[in-house]
Ligand binder design. Structure first.
Ligand code: B16
Ligand code: MG
Length: 218
């Protein structure tokens, strides 16, 4: 049996940081007189920081200089980090440690494949950083999801072929990236949204040891 690679997205899979992204973007949008709703925030899931600001400006019909753009990106991140700094282990989503421990005990590969440039800091805050054999995040890629780059690097770093990898993702772009990479895609969230995934679960509490073993035995 070949060793498998389990690749985890971060925001929305391991922790719910979408609420902090929302608060930080909302404050920034208000400052530049743009209305920003929770529904719009949904569309920013899995989307890079640059692309997120581009979308918000487009929604508000605003165009700004490159210098202003860079300054706003910095401001948003400082505000976001003020929330991240207060994070602790209580913010880990249900049953994530159980699944990580099961995979580790079975001696399978574990890596992170996230669009966030703050991924290492967040994993450190919630004390999960040591569970990962490799961490690939927004600092390591040039192409954003749905491009498969982040997952292909994550697989390569744990020396597992893409077809032997399983990706856990909460965003549509991430599911598409995993499918394009020829990996098994597991959607964490709503069936209606993530229907392109090979499997869909509401959260990790529904991931049984039997199912995980089935993935390992494939
Ligand atoms: P940062 P993931 C993504 O993380 C978030 O879903 C997305 O909302 C965010 O804009 C992006 O990271 C960039 O984050 O500003 O921290 O670099 O879901 O790919 O783990
Ligand atoms: Mg995500």
């Amino acid at each position: 049996m070949k060793r498998k690679g389990f690749i985890f997205d971060l925001d929305g899979v391991i922790v719910d940081t979408a609420k902090y992204h929302f608060l930080a973007w909302k404050k920034l949008a208000k400052k530049i007189d743009i209305d920003f709703t929770e529904t719009q925030n949904e569309q920013l899931k899995g989307v890079s920081r640059v692309k997120s600001l581009e979308k918000i400006l487009a929604w508000g019909n605003k165009s700004i200089s490159d210098t202003q753009f860079a300054a706003l990106m910095g401001e948003k991140n400082d505000e976001y980090l003020s929330y991240i700094n207060k994070m602790d282990t209580t913010e880990i989503l249900p049953d994530v440690p159980r699944v990580l421990d099961y995979i580790t005990e079975e001696k399978q590969g574990i890596s992170l494949g996230s669009a966030s440039k703050n991924a290492r800091m967040i994993l450190d805050k919630v004390k999960l950083i040591e569970k990962f054999e490799a961490i690939v995040d927004g600092n390591d890629v040039s192409k954003a999801k749905p491009d498969p780059e982040v997952f292909l690097i994550a697989a390569d770093q744990i020396r597992v072929k893409p077809e032997d990898c399983i990706v856990f993702e909460d965003s549509v772009a991430g599911i598409q990236a995993a499918n394009t990479a020829n990996m098994i895609s597991i959607g964490i969230g709503e069936k209606e949204v993530l229907h392109e995934a090979d499997y869909i679960f509401k959260d990790f509490t529904a991931l049984t040891p039997e199912f995980l073993q089935e993935l390992i035995n494939r």
